[in-house]
Design a protein around this ligand. Sequence first.
Ligand SMILES: *Cc1c(COP(=O)(O)O)cnc(C)c1O
Length: 432
Amino acid sequence: MFFYSTNNKSLRVSLKEAVLKGLADDGGLFMPERIPQLPPSFFENIHKHSVDEICFSVADTLIGDDLVKENLHWIVSESINFPIPLVKVTDNIFSLELFHGPTLAFKDVGARFMARLLSYFREGENSDITVLVATSGDTGSAVANGFLEVKGIKVVILYPSGKVSEIQEKQLTTLGQNITALEVKGTFDDCQALVKRAFSDKELNKKTTLTSANSINVARLIPQSFYYFIAYSQLQKSKLPVIFCVPSGNFGNLTAGLIAKRMGLPVEKFIAATNVNDVVPEYLASGKFSPRSSRQTISNAMDVGNPSNFARMLDLYQHDLKLMQQDIAGHHFTDEETRRTMKEVYRQHDYLLDPHGAVGFTAIQKYLAHHQATGIFIETAHPAKFIDVVEEVIGEKIEMPARLAVCVSKPKQSVVMENSYGDLQDFLLQQD
Ligand SMILES: *Cc1c(COP(=O)(O)O)cnc(C)c1O
């Protein structure tokens, strides 16, 4: 499979190059040149297949020509080595729980896949590679965990000081070994801007090998399409159309869903659900895209003012708003609405949502008030990751999973940095 840049369709690179580069030279995002369909028989029999078989079929269809089959199979099964259950919450709403991985968030899937794919492509190289990543919360810990102890790879994570939860911070800053956390005095958008600048800095890139692990990397994007198939395989056969609701920030998760649909997955509609950082729902309603600074909310992994995967969404729909509206509806909610949903769903359905999943649930409820469908929302994180908000909202103590408790008990280790590109440059050059 070749990949082109969203800025230039004639710029083509191999999967290996796309994964190592992260971002195209012209600043565009990589997209597969074709999205092959799986045969109808695959969907008819999907209920009979194991998770492993489903994920491998999807991976093989997209990128099977780029790797030795056994290696691809190993990478797929090592990446999805935890359960991804579809849990019934109401008669027609299901939660796809993507938080059973090592850092209790969906980004484990992409990060684990990318770490393994990258080390496959780096085999035989003798210089180290630096994975540079900006995080608004969960990306950093998922990436760090995914790459922990992987030989020949260093990870440098930038996160906004004071703007991630204590637990998220502990998950980023307690791993040590080949992982360094840079605590930046600024916002997530500042961190992302610093990282983007480092990637486009020609001088710096001559001296050190950088790669991205943000959701812009195709190695993160591709495996995220697997779990849409996994969800579908767990549904009882029914005549009702299936819709997916994706709580979104950078829109990597949603974009992966759109790719799954292009591969033939029968999805009637996607709902792009956001908090008040609503540039994409606003675009879907008005045709105007106005990126702006992000605002802080209780679903802080979605506090993104300029979502990077929007370029891919435009590309998938040839910049045609009407086409995009056929597949995607947008909704946004305030923290107050999110809190209300968390409380109601806990009381009425005995299901504990995290603030991100709650945004998704609210959107799906709104949509199903006017449509007959089976709704699946992506529960992107374990509620215990947002323990302060969750306990305050439901007025009860909740239990912290053991692996989280261990990490919280360790001391934080971070390198504090001004929001200054010069400082980042110096830091990266000292790494070698
Ligand atoms: C990253 C993240 C999101 C947003 O996902 P995108 O792919 O950036 O849209 C939602 N919820 C949680 C918990 C996250 O960590």
